[in-house]
Ligand binder design. Structure first.
Ligand code: G1P
Length: 297
């Protein structure tokens, strides 16, 4: 069953309070991992998966995001005059074709499900992707591309999934597994942030989704649940209840929780070490740091 996934929703309306004071004036998604803002990683992954239309669900105070994806004529002409073609090339990745990007405002913080629902008029009657830029995934084949390929065989709804320690399950959406096929599971239920000790499995939802347009209708019907918010997890679980297929996809790659300080730091180290232009200097520094620490103990 081949369905083309050409639209992706990026919910970016969160206040980023975990990163205050930085996020007082800088949107969380503009914070940089090495030299690229978080949102750029998500956009690159979406492009690799064949996404052509990018829908941002934003809120007040996020105008830096809109500027980031706009052209910068003065900067570009200064670089051109100076013959800095390498930098012009880097800037190109931030440009969007006219009409390929849309911004919708979520006026009230009613939850992730509500943020996704805010884009329903732009989605129409097509399956679509949702990407949470906080979840940065390092992978040889970008995660969403892996999912689009798997989804071409299954149809239905698909969420990225990863095993988490039982003590962490209450921070995630958790899958109730029907059949485990290895790289994929079929799902008989999903629960958002289950209280400690009640999680139906250790398989957590990570922020990549391929969803049918019915999920938008479900979002219109469900009531707030975990944290008093309208949860995307509940709208996907409703598909299961109504007898339609939902899959969890165990992606190949390493996921970093850039919504937390520790996760952001880990990603910074991992992405820094993966960069050919920084690797030697940075790993030398880390080794020196560790040996100084060992010597002091
Ligand atoms: C969101 C989703 C949750 C998912 C998580 C992955 O939660 O609601 O189901 O497991 O992203 O990062 P949040 O981290 O926004 O609380």
């Amino acid at each position: 069953m081949k369905t083309r996934i050409s639209k992706a929703i990026f919910p970016v309306a969160g206040m980023g309070t975990r990163f205050l004071p930085a996020t007082k004036s800088v949107p969380k998604e503009i914070m940089t991992l090495v030299d690229r803002p978080l949102i750029q990683y998500a956009i690159d992954e979406a492009r690799a998966a064949g996404i052509k239309e990018f829908i941002f669900v934003t809120t007040r105070g996020k105008s830096a995001l809109e500027d980031y994806f706009d052209q910068a004529p003065e900067l570009e002409s200064a670089l051109r005059k100076a013959g800095k073609d390498d930098l012009l090339e880097i800037l190109k990745t931030t440009n969007m074709d006219s009409g390929a990007i849309a911004y919708i405002r979520q006026q009230r913080a009613l939850g992730l499900g509500h943020a996704v629902w805010c884009a329903h008029r732009l989605i129409g009657n097509e399956p679509f992707a949702v990407m949470l830029p906080d979840d940065v995934i390092a992978a040889e084949t970008p995660c969403l591309q892996q999912m689009v390929e798997a989804h071409a065989e299954t149809g239905g709804c698909m969420v990225a999934a990863m095993e988490v320690p039982p003590s962490k399950a209450s921070s995630y959406g958790i899958l109730d597994i029907k059949d485990d096929m290895g790289s994929m599971v079929s799902v008989k239920g999903m629960v958002e942030k289950p209280p400690a000790g009640t999680a139906p499995s250790n398989l957590a939802v990570i922020g990549r989704y391929i969803l049918t347009p019915r999920v938008m209708n479900n979002l219109n019907q469900i009531k707030p649940s975990a944290g008093g918010e309208i949860q995307l997890t509940d709208a996907i679980a409703m598909e299961v209840t109504e007898g339609r297929p939902v899959y969890g996809y165990r992606f190949r790659g390493e996921r970093f929780d850039c919504g937390s300080k520790a996760g952001f730091l880990q990603a910074t180290v991992a992405f820094g070490l993966a960069r050919p232009d920084l690797r030697d200097e940075f790993s030398g520094y880390l080794q020196q740091l560790l040996s100084m620490r060992d010597a002091a103990q």
